[in-house]
Design a protein around this ligand. Structure first.
Ligand SMILES: C[S@@+](CC[C@H](N)C(=O)[O-])C[C@H]1O[C@@H](n2cnc3c(N)ncnc32)[C@H](O)[C@@H]1O
Length: 288
């Protein structure tokens, strides 16, 4: 498959999910990042605060497609500009909005027209709930961000970069748009060891955020090559454990293709990925 073929497949599948709304990923569908029968329960299992979700999120913003909580590792402060890569229906963008407040801004970017329509359709509900109008959504690919150089304080992303056919380019783009001293706060799926070939080749496993995941050592190399420093890569076991415990259809299929005595958690994990673009004052040993 070419890069364009992969993007088209991903766009078609996530477009269908946006049109279906939540709970889109039962056994009869082709898988997605979090085939959650109950998106709120999944969000709580991976670290979201139930009362915050209820207070801020417009209906339909949580499609159950997340695998971590990037806003929680971003340590946002009022006035900051946040960029959410692959913003879906607006889930994390809306939750970050109140943290940066009226003087800050959140920009979500997504390449799937139906996701973008859904996110934009949720804007009025967000403003009604929070009194804020500080979130916007832009159409675009994360490999070619529609965002100016050195204009963003924090890049977040939740279960998206694994879907890109050109991950080194995504990390270079993240570096380009961050201000000097800007931060990366990403949650994504990462491989602890290579998957068996059958799983690697399965479209369902790619769209389901498994087969496209980078190996941990490759991820570290991509961030470093892009120029990012102070890497912190922290595995979070809750996501794979929750899906496996709930007998998720995709994870059940993956399990059946794994060598005897191993489980999906031996191969793949959700990971909190933090890093910094060196500041103007950066010298070896002192990068803030
Ligand atoms: C698994 S969903 C996650 C959505 C959202 N981050 C959340 O947690 O609810 C992946 C999203 O990334 C978008 N996406 C995938 N690949 C992309 C790319 N190369 N450029 C832009 N958006 C992409 C999809 O359209 C989809 O909305």
């Amino acid at each position: 498959m070419t890069y364009d073929d992969i993007r088209t497949t991903v766009r078609d599948q996530y477009g269908a999910m946006a049109r279906a709304g939540s709970s889109c990923c039962g056994p009869s569908t082709n898988g997605c990042c979090a085939p959650a029968a109950d998106p709120t329960a999944l969000a709580e299992a991976i670290g979201y605060d139930a009362s915050e979700l209820a207070r801020i999120l417009p209906e339909g913003a949580n499609l159950g497609l997340s695998c971590g909580n990037p806003g929680a590792i971003a340590a946002l402060t009022p006035g900051e500009i946040v960029l959410d890569l692959g913003s879906g229906a607006g889930f994390d963008a809306f939750l970050c909005g109140p943290k940066v407040g009226a003087t800050g801004r959140v920009i979500g970017v997504d390449m799937t027209p139906d996701m973008l329509s859904k996110a934009r359709g949720n804007l009025a509900g967000y403003t009604r709930r929070t009194g804020l109008a500080n979130v916007e959504f832009r159409m675009g690919e994360i490999e070619h961000l529609p965002v100016a150089d050195a204009s963003v304080d924090v890049v977040i992303s939740n279960c998206v970069i694994n879907l890109s056919p050109d991950k080194p380019q995504v990390w270079r783009e993240i570096f380009r748009v961050l201000k000097p001293g800007g931060r990366v706060a990403v949650s994504d799926m990462v491989l602890l060891r290579p998957l068996p070939e059958g799983i690697q080749a399965a479209v369902e496993a790619y769209v389901g955020c498994i087969a496209g995941a980078s190996l941990l050592e490759d991820l570290r190399a991509m961030l470093t090559a892009a120029g990012l420093v102070r890497l912190e890569l922290i595995a979070k076991s809750a996501y794979v454990a929750t899906l496996s415990a709930n007998d998720d259809p995709l994870y059940r299929e993956v399990q059946s293709a794994l060598p005897a005595g191993t489980t999906p958690a031996d191969f793949i994990t959700s990971m909190d990925i933090s890093a910094i673009k060196p500041g103007a004052c950066c010298t070896p040993g002192c990068c803030t």
